[in-house]
Structures are given as C-alpha cells and as structure tokens.
Design a protein around this ligand. Structure first.
Ligand SMILES: [Fe+2]
Length: 133
C-alpha cells in the first residue's frame, strides 16, 4: 500500500503516527512547491515524472511523532509500505473557511470511497484559493 502524490484540499493538517510499518512508508514532501497564487506546474511535473528528486524531502516518522503540515501548497505522498505491519496515522484536517470538502474524484482516488456529503458538495467547491486541485 502507498498514498500517491497529491495536494490536500484543506490548508493544513495535524497528524500523529500511531503505528510504524516494518519497512517503507516514508513521508515524502516538496515544501511550498506551489502557493495560493502560483501553481508552479513545471516543478510539479518534474516531481510527478520522477525528475524532481532535488525538490523532495523524506521524513521517517516514528509512533508518537506529531506533524504540523501545510499540505495545500506542499505536494506529498507516503511511499510504499513493506512488511506485515500496516502504517497507521491519525490525521486532523483544518481550514479557515467553512464548507471545504474534497471533490468526489480526489476523495475516491485518495481514500477509495466517498460520503454522501462529498456527493452533495460536488460542483459547489469551497476553497481558500483558485488553484485547480
Ligand atoms: Fe495529504
């Protein structure tokens, strides 16, 4: 299992690793690769095509590590987990604007399912900026 490259819908998260995998599962991120005003497609493309290694940082989290992260502007993923022990993380997502909810497509890509709230909000996206995703 792994969590693919993405930007968060909300501005920032607080996450807590609760179970470490035997191997793999490194949190990889590109700090502020885009901003609320600029998509920076060139650098994002480099990372997504495997040519932006200089932009990627890795963080091996341990159980109990608390992470404050601005995922709206920092492309990120969790690399493949190996071994029999799953990687578990509690993630609390925050936005300064009420009504921010992931699109149906993005939520399904990331979590494999959607809730009725995602379906009801489709086409009425509330975001803090005008970025595409
Ligand atoms: Fe994320």
């Amino acid at each position: 299992m792994e969590h693919p490259w993405h930007f968060d819908t909300n501005e920032f998260t607080v996450s807590l690793l609760t179970q470490e995998p035997e191997d793999g599962g490194v949190f990889e991120y590109c700090p502020n690769i885009r901003s609320a005003e600029a998509e920076n497609f060139g650098d994002v493309r480099r990372v997504l095509t495997g040519h932006g290694g200089d932009l990627v940082r890795g963080l091996r989290l341990r159980p109990g590590d608390l992470q404050l992260f601005r995922g709206r502007y920092s492309l990120h993923r969790v690399a493949a987990v190996r071994g029999d022990t799953a990687r578990h993380t509690a993630i609390l997502a925050y936005s300064e604007r009420p009504g921010v909810i992931g699109s149906v497509a993005r939520t399904r890509q990331l979590f494999g399912r959607v809730l009725p709230e995602h379906l009801a909000a489709e086409g009425r996206a509330v975001r803090v900026d005008r970025l595409l995703d």
